[in-house]
Design a protein around this ligand. Sequence first.
Ligand code: AMP
Ligand code: FE
Ligand code: FE
Ligand code: ZN
Length: 281
Amino acid sequence: MLDMHMHSTSSDGTYAPARLARKAREAGLTHMALTDHDTVDGLAEARAEAKSLGVAFLGGLEISAEYQPGTMHILGYGFREDDPALLERLAEVQRARAERNPRIIRKLNDLGLDITLEEVAAASGGGLLGRPHFAQVLMEKGYVATRQEAFDAYLAKGRPAYVDKVRLSPADSIAAIRGAGGVAVLAHPLQLKQDDDGVAAIVEALVGEGLQGLECYYRNHTNGDTEKFLALARTHGLIATGGSDFHGTNRPGIALGTGEGRLRVPPECWEGVVEKLKESD
Ligand code: AMP
Ligand code: FE
Ligand code: FE
Ligand code: ZN
C-alpha cells in the first residue's frame, strides 16, 4: 500500500515525522512520501525512521501557489533537499507566514477572542504555524465546537480573521521544485474549484510551465473523478500520483493509505516519479 501525500508537525499535521513513519508502517504502508507545506524540515527524521522500518521513502513538499478562486497546491518529489535556491524560496514563504500570523491574532483579538501567538505555537508541535493551529486553539478554548467551525466562522477566506499570505506564482512553484531536480505535480485538482474544462485549461497551462504530474488518486475522489484525471494526465503525458493528504487528528476521518475509505494508490504512481527522476539525472 502506498501513500504519497501526508503532513507532519513540521507543517500542520499532528504527528512528528518519525511518529508519522511508524503510523505509516502500522497502517500497512510499504511506500510513503512526506509532503509538508512549504518546508523540508521533517524529511530527514521521517526518512531515517521509515528506513529503519523497511518502508520505502520519498522526500516531498507541497507549495501553495497564487491562484483564485480555489486552492492550487503544487507537490514536489525527489528534489535535492539542500538545494540553496529551493531553500531560499521556502524561506521567503516562511517569512511571509511569520508576518501573517500576528495579524491573524490581532484580528481575532479585535473580534473579542482571547488568543495569543504563544498558544498557537504550543499547538503546532514545533513546525510552521498555519491556520489549522489557530483553529485548534479556538476549539480548545471553547470559542468553537470544531476546527471546521473555526474556519467557517473566522479563518476561511472571506471570514473576519482571514489574512491572505504571499505566495509563489504557479510557474515559480514548479521552477523551484524542478530547479532542485524534483518532479512537480498538481495536487488535488478538485480544490481548484473549476469545472472539467477549467481544470483541463489550467493543467494545459501548467504543463507549459513544466508540470510533470497530476494527483489523480486522492482521499475523497470517486472512481469517476480518478478516471477523469487519469485521462487528462494521459492527454498531456503526465504521470499520475496519489495520496490521502493525512494530517493526523487535525482532520478526523482520513486514514493513511486509504483516505476516506476507498483510496487505493497503485504502484505505478511511485514508479512514475522514480522514472521521471531518472530522466532528469
Ligand atoms: P494556511 O497554510 O495557514 O493558509 O492553512 C492552510 C490549511 O488550512 C490547509 O492545508 C487546510 O488544512 C486548512 N484549511 C484551509 N481552508 C480551510 C477551510 N475552509 N476549512 C477547513 N480547513 C481549511
Ligand atoms: Fe494542510
Ligand atoms: Fe494541499
Ligand atoms: Zn496536503
